[in-house]
Ligand binder design. Structure first.
Ligand code: GLA
Length: 393
């Protein structure tokens, strides 16, 4: 019989899981393409995420089932833990396998096997970190079962390592830190150099935020980070830092931007640097306004971020630009693409009273342009990774 809350674990593997965990997807309010430049980011966790039921086994084999990808046979993917190496497990199962591989490489795991069932509701390809949610829920479930006591940044580093080094998708650490450490009702202000974090209240129903809404819209434009564009941006930023003789672009102050740009020969690298330096400053400004109880004033900074990502960083696509333009024309206070770009989602700040008008305007603009219909995504600031069930400790 299927036990409620254990994702049908008994039907696939028999018995019960040791633990059940949940980790969310994320949306980034501001601070885009800054996390691999030692910069600042401000994501919050979505009510959408991945749930994982996990049990340690003695067989040395990783046995994995996804409720989204299972075939009629239940779709168990099996991988001997000792044989894990980058490229050895493909598709969705590469993410949990990558976590186990990474923990083994780090000397944290031996040859332990695990039985795993995962179930998720973060739309894939929407730039909302469905992969980070999957990595993080598996890290936390294993951490719990084995009593590893991993800190948030340690867990995030392992999750990111799975993505970068096992699956082979380049990224910074924002998505994993957000999935692990966000808190309900808040955005997570993260300094990706020191890994210091602070919860910034993002309660838009009451207090200073009353009457405001943060809307999230998946443009449904195909989003792909493995196509080389993301790695190309990382290389350009590294080239900019090298040209300026700094460790990372985080070290270039806004006040010194013009001087810095004058010292960079490559026109494209100059634009990439300008985005990162101005974006870091915008994150600090947004955090300042939120701290001051002035959330209604962050709109122009969100829109400036989008313009910078469009013109200087060149990671938008027509669907993202159209969504932002339509939202602003319909009275939104600010709007921007969120995530890596090249497709994915936009985040919009609007007066609550205008929310429907804004959403309808985006849909109408997409219909006019012949784009696939955009999809509103629930975006209430939610909890980071948490345990749903397991033994009392
Ligand atoms: C992707 C990456 C993140 C970050 C964003 C851009 O989501 O996974 O690490 O670099 O792009 O801000």
């Amino acid at each position: 019989m299927t036990l409620p809350g254990t994702l049908g674990f008994a039907d696939v593997f028999g018995g019960t899981p040791d633990v059940v965990w949940r980790a969310p997807g994320r949306v980034n309010l501001i601070g885009e393409h800054t996390d691999y430049n030692d910069g600042f980011v401000l994501p919050w966790a979505l009510p959408l995420g991945v749930t994982a039921a996990l049990r340690r086994n003695d067989s040395g084999v990783l046995r994995m089932v996804s409720r989204q990808h299972g075939g009629s046979d239940g779709g168990v993917v099996e991988a001997p833990v000792a044989g894990l190496e980058p490229g050895s497990v493909e598709g969705w199962a590469g993410y949990p396998a990558g976590v186990v591989w990474r923990l083994r490489e780090a000397g944290i795991l031996g040859g332990e096997g695990f039985d795993l069932v995962v179930d998720g509701d973060v739309p894939a390809g929407a730039g909302l970190s469905s992969s980070a949610a999957l990595e993080c829920v598996v890290v936390r479930a294993i951490d719990d079962v084995l009593g590893l006591g991993l800190s948030g940044p340690e867990a995030a580093a392992h999750a990111r390592g799975a993505e970068n080094d096992f699956v082979g998708v380049p990224s910074g650490v924002m998505d994993q830190m957000a999935s692990l450490l966000c808190a309900e009702g808040s955005a997570l202000f993260l300094d990706t150099r020191s890994m210091a974090t602070r919860q910034v209240p993002l309660d838009l129903d009451t207090g200073a935020g009353a009457g405001l809404a943060l809307l999230l819209v998946d443009t449904n434009a195909p989003h792909q980070l493995v196509d080389g564009e993301y790695a190309d941006r990382q290389r350009a930023c590294a080239a900019g830092a090298a040209a300026l003789g700094v460790t990372a672009l985080r070290d270039v102050p806004l006040a010194g931007l013009d001087d810095a740009l004058a010292r960079i020969d490559d026109r494209v690298v100059r634009r990439r640097v300008r985005h990162v330096v101005t974006e870091n400053a915008r994150v600090l400004d947004v955090v300042g306004l939120l701290d001051d109880g002035r959330p209604d004033e962050i709109g122009p900074l969100l829109t400036e971020s989008h313009v910078s990502l469009r013109d200087d960083f060149e990671v938008t696509v027509p669907e993202l630009d159209t969504a932002v333009e339509a939202a602003l024309a319909a009275g939104a206070l600010g709007a921007r693409m969120t995530g890596g770009g090249f497709g994915g989602s936009v985040v919009v700040l609007a007066r609550s009273a205008d929310a429907d008008t804004v959403t309808d305007a985006v849909a109408a603009a997409f219909a006019t342009r012949g784009f696939a219909a955009p999809r509103p995504v629930p975006a209430t600031p939610s909890a980071g990774a948490h345990r749903l069930s397991g033994p009392t400790r």
